[in-house]
Design a protein around this ligand. Structure first.
Ligand code: SF4
Length: 356
């Protein structure tokens, strides 16, 4: 019998399941504590759970369902993990070290159908959505990696920005976020969790209504429809006007600040005029908007794109600032390893195909 990982259950779901099998509510809290606070990796390690309880768990669930296939470590402490799923698909997860803590960037799908033209992950179309358990387990795997080093380090932030479009797998992503932020478990604070979408406007409304209190980042990358459609296919479905309407709804409903991601591409979207267009586009929501300017990580297969010159980036930044737009330039991590989203996975799949 195929067994799913128990990491896919919220505490409420685990409680209901155990009650159904005649256990008390307190049993669920006990198991939850072993999973997320003591962080055991197999059921027999749950020492104060009785034999019957352990057998029940082992009969229906596993704890670990993914395994580490490969790992790359950068001199700046960034670690990129390639995990193999039960069906042999490969996914990437990244641990980044910041002054403010340790963040994990998780993947939500095997491949991605959004086809953003600058992205390594978009080269591999979607094979399937990840389950909630597979999303949570990425964080747990990284935490286990930290636990093994015995430095008493904890994952403090989670960013849902790895391979895949989270809103194309919204139910599993939302369930996983509920597990990750549960204060009796991993207890990652809501304000330290960020979900990034390429701009599925219809799902932005849904996400606002979930009341998760986590952060939202939206990939904009261009101030006009003509250019955004060229860079991101999703703009044909949800053009900028529709995206802005969804953002307005989200801001009104949640009163939470959003981040607009803008990858700076040389001679394409980094001119003075485009900075002015961007400032005008979001001027009515500048109180609750932060623009994150991102230096482009070149991908071999997309050699039509190049990173903006440092000078152009700074000019772009200055223009936004002069127009009272909150903005920052993203610090880079792991530039000596395959840093762009999906790069390591693409490389590994290609090498597997070559070696076959
Ligand atoms: S940038 Fe994100 S949404 Fe776009 S193709 Fe890459 S993984 Fe998919």
């Amino acid at each position: 019998m195929h067994k799913e990982s128990i990491y896919g259950l919220t505490l409420d779901q685990l409680t209901s399941w155990l009650i159904e099998y005649g256990h008390k509510k307190s049993r669920a809290v006990q198991v939850w504590d072993w999973l997320y606070r003591k962080r055991v990796t197999c059921f027999p390690e749950m020492r104060d759970v009785n034999k019957e309880g352990l057998q029940l768990l082992a009969d229906h669930w596993v704890i670990q369902s993914i395994e580490e296939d490969y790992r790359q470590e950068s001199v700046d402490g960034t670690v990129k993990f390639l995990f193999k799923l039960k069906d042999d698909n490969l996914i990437e997860t990244v641990l980044m070290r910041h002054k403010f803590g340790l963040s994990v960037c998780v993947t939500t799908q095997v491949g991605c159908n959004m086809g953003c033209s600058f992205c390594a992950s978009g080269l591999m179309t979607k094979k399937r959505d990840l389950t909630s358990a597979e999303i949570v387990e990425q964080v747990m795997k990284v935490q286990h990696h930290l636990d093994q080093a015995k430095q008493d380090e904890r994952v403090s932030h989670v960013v849902v920005m790895g391979i895949g479009e989270p809103f194309d797998n919204i139910n599993n992503v939302v369930n996983a976020l509920r597990i990750i932020k549960d204060h009796k478990g991993l207890a990652i604070a809501e304000k330290r969790i960020t979900v990034s979408t390429s701009g599925l406007a219809d799902k932005i409304y849904d996400f606002a209504d979930y009341n998760l209190h986590v952060n939202l980042a939206i990939s904009l990358h261009a101030p006009t429809n003509k250019l955004r459609t060229r860079i991101m296919k999703i703009n044909r479905v949800f053009p900028i006007e529709e995206l802005m309407r969804a953002i307005d709804y989200y801001l009104k409903k949640t009163n939470r600040r959003i981040t607009l991601e803008y990858i700076l591409l040389k001679d394409l979207n980094d001119s003075r005029e485009q900075a002015l267009q961007l400032a005008a586009l979001i001027s009515d929501k500048r109180q609750l908007t932060n623009v994150n300017l991102i230096p482009y990580n070149p991908v071999d297969e997309h050699n039509q794109y190049q990173r903006s010159e440092q000078e152009s980036m700074l000019k772009f930044y200055d223009i936004l600032k002069k127009h009272d737009i909150n903005c920052s330039i993203r610090l880079e991590h792991g530039t000596d390893i395959d840093a762009a989203c999906g790069q390591l996975r693409c490389k590994q799949i290609k090498s597997d195909q070559t070696n076959r």
